[in-house]
Design a protein around this ligand. Sequence first.
Ligand SMILES: *[C@@H]1O[C@H](CO)[C@@H](O)[C@H](O)[C@H]1NC(C)=O
Ligand SMILES: *[C@@H]1O[C@H](CO)[C@@H](O)[C@H](O)[C@H]1NC(C)=O
Length: 429
Amino acid sequence: MASSNRTFSLTFLVMLSALSFHFSNAHFVLPVVKDNTNSKYSYYTSLLVGNHHPSRVNLVIDLSNKWSWFTCDFFGYNTTSHGVPCHTPKCDRYAPLAPCSDGICVVDAYTPSSNFIYSNNLLEDTTKVYKQIQQNSLTQLSNVNLPNFPFTCGDNVPLKGLSPHTKGVVTLARVHVSLHSQISSTFKVARKFALCLPSSSPTSSGYNGAIYFGGSPNYLSKSLITTPLVINPNSTSPIYSPGDSSVEYFIKVKSIEIDETPIRFRSSLLSFDIKEAVGGTKISTMDPYTVLHSEIYKTLINVFITKATVMKMIRVASVAPFGACFSSKSVVNDAKTGPKVPIIDIIMDGKSPLFARWRIYGANSMVKVSDTVMCLGFVDGGLKPTTSIVIGGKQMEDNLVEIDLETSKLGVTSSLLHLGTSCSKFKGI
Ligand SMILES: *[C@@H]1O[C@H](CO)[C@@H](O)[C@H](O)[C@H]1NC(C)=O
Ligand SMILES: *[C@@H]1O[C@H](CO)[C@@H](O)[C@H](O)[C@H]1NC(C)=O
């Protein structure tokens, strides 16, 4: 286990140096791995934690948690962490009104897999990130210390539901303690990060997913389609105080089209209903597939099936949790965009309604459930979900999804597949 991790990290460095000229705008980077177990929490990064003898810990990428947490008793963690003292400006900023235990600030972490909340000390330790360094005309990547990375610890209970490869989560939510906030404030780079979630596990040739901090690679930033980020006035976290807004990333969706035909549902589902504290659209790395309010889901499935029938796709029995499955033999495969199926467009708020479209081709809409069956990778969220549209991992894979907190925009490279480009060029170099 430990030695295979080491092989990966070495490969990663070699890969990065080989193609680092692509990163001229991205200042810091971490690898992203797609889990090969059947855990729901499939995307994780790998951090080195500790000062002199750092240990490697794999953490699920979470855009919603208020805290990063991991089990601190994992094998090999030679802790050099220290608690954040109570009544200090830092404790007040990270965790306002936090209780105090033995002079250390106490925080509440949420563990989605076991739906469990536990309180523990707020700790800090050094972690490492890969930084781009310009030397003459060459760009190199090297390991740099990110001191005082904040997190909290749990025992093994919260790990239930997580893959055996991971020991906790790292948060990228809109909070001071998130990894991107820490990188931006420590290294004085733009408050931006971008996810390139991989669609497959790493191979011997390296990682095929990444998180970029401080900016996105030049070759990708020019194909970003952007929409304003919006604040959900109502918290979506199980831990909140009255008046708290959500720490997740919401966007305004105007409509959904299938092969350019808008699907019909109550448009009020797309806005925030502050009386009930529901509604809106967010992105989530903790949901493997996009989860839709039942009313949206049902029309999406129906229109998709109608359009698919016209394309001579043959419907077969559904395989849970999906509601529309097809015989793979009846679907042609396109080398770039995946299975040739009706195209789903999420029409987002944006200056040009024609271009603020998040285009979802077969590669991001169809899930292969067996050698002979593929299903539309959207799931029914029931009639009372907190959020009407939760854009999940499958729909983001191999696209760059950038959160720019400087301009308050979400960008997505939804034309990437069509152009035959990858958001991470680590593979096969
Ligand atoms: C743990 O850290 C201490 C102090 O830095 C060091 O002397 C020791 O060798 C480390 N142990 C391991 C197992 O890395
Ligand atoms: C949602 O947020 C608004 C604005 O802060 C607030 O007035 C409203 O009471 C909240 N709704 C619920 C159900 O808490």
